[in-house]
Design a protein around this ligand. Structure first.
Ligand SMILES: [Zn+2]
Length: 319
């Protein structure tokens, strides 16, 4: 067995492990791949962390778990365009590029000794369990950090400015990060995007000034038809090995919660979508189930909405 996760083979190796939170496979993956990296530590929740350089200002974030219903090995293929997918995807499975892509980028940034504090969170898909644990129990870990950057967003263009917290990074920061990335690869079209949902860096938005999430190339996550644009992922890693993080603009005050929360637009944008759902309720229910939303989750949300009409909506589905 090899423990090398470099190159495309390393990325496909990560994707071949279905890693639901706290499954034997997820724990084995952490032992086999993360714990063998020199300097890797674990906290009491099992989040893994490592610091490169003195007193870093940037925190790099990803999560180890996937939404797969069962742990184990899975066959992964890649087509002539460099798009990876499951060879035999069925309900309850997912490629797990969410967030295998982020894992792979961070492991290879560490191998290249890129400075920063690296956090490999556990239980993100269960409601950001690992990052909530850190925020509550070991916020010292976030001391001196000015920017928390997650590699955990679908698509290829987004630098997320808003998550369920509300605004989590300034437009100036998001624009400066997009500018740096686009300057490193002319195929990139990164730009600020305010439609983020929920990933680990959201949990740190009350402490760390700039918290974002970057598109890493996966699509249709949380289901058997998930894909990963491996070529994009490789380009993003190449850029991360060169990026000068000192050029990022730090502007947001984490003690001020901006009230321009994205979910206020939910109803106005949702009309056509809601109509389609009303026309095809069985399909909509099946798709929610595929995303890991149970009947109980749904009824809880209906209840919360009845109790607090128009109040803040906390999304159930994370990145
Ligand atoms: Zn994710």
């Amino acid at each position: 067995m090899t423990y090398d996760l470099s190159g495309r083979a390393g990325l496909l190796e990560i994707l071949s492990w279905a890693r639901p939170h706290d499954s034997a496979t997820e724990r084995a993956f952490c032992r086999e791949y993360l714990d063998r990296i020199t300097g890797m530590r674990s906290d009491a929740f099992g989040n893994r962390m490592l610091t490169v350089g003195d007193r870093p200002h940037v925190l790099w974030s990803c999560h180890v778990d996937t939404v797969a219903a069962k742990g184990g090995q899975q066959a992964v293929g890649i087509d002539e365009n460099g798009v990876a997918s499951l060879c035999d995807g069925k309900a309850g499975m997912s490629l797990g590029a969410d967030d295998g892509a982020g894992l792979w980028i961070m492991i290879n940034m560490i191998a290249a000794a890129r400075p920063g504090r690296y956090l490999f969170h556990r239980g993100e898909e269960q409601g950001c369990l690992g990052s909530r644990w850190i925020e509550r129990n070991s916020p010292d870990l976030l001391c001196g950090i000015e920017a928390a950057i997650a590699f955990d967003r679908a698509g290829v263009d987004d630098v997320i400015t808003h998550q369920s917290f509300g605004r989590t990074c300034s437009d100036a920061f998001a624009s400066s990060l997009a500018l740096e990335l686009n300057g490193l690869n002319r195929d990139f079209g990164y730009r600020p995007d305010n439609t983020g949902v929920y990933t680990d860096t959201n949990e740190y938005a009350g402490i760390i000034p700039e918290c974002t999430n970057l598109s890493v190339g996966y699509e249709r996550q949380h289901g058997p038809r998930e894909t990963l644009d491996v070529v994009h992922c490789e380009k993003l890693l190449a850029a991360m090995l060169e990026i000068d993080a000192s050029k990022l603009v730090i502007e947001r005050d984490p003690s001020i919660v901006e009230d321009d929360r994205w979910w206020f637009d939910r109803r106005s944008h949702g009309d056509a979508f809601a109509e389609a759902v009303a026309d095809h309720p069985a399909l909509a229910a099946w798709m929610l189930e595929q995303c890991g939303v149970t009947l109980d989750d749904f009824q809880m949300e209906v209840w919360a909405e009845d109790m607090d009409e128009g109040g803040p909506y906390r999304p159930l589905v994370s990145s």
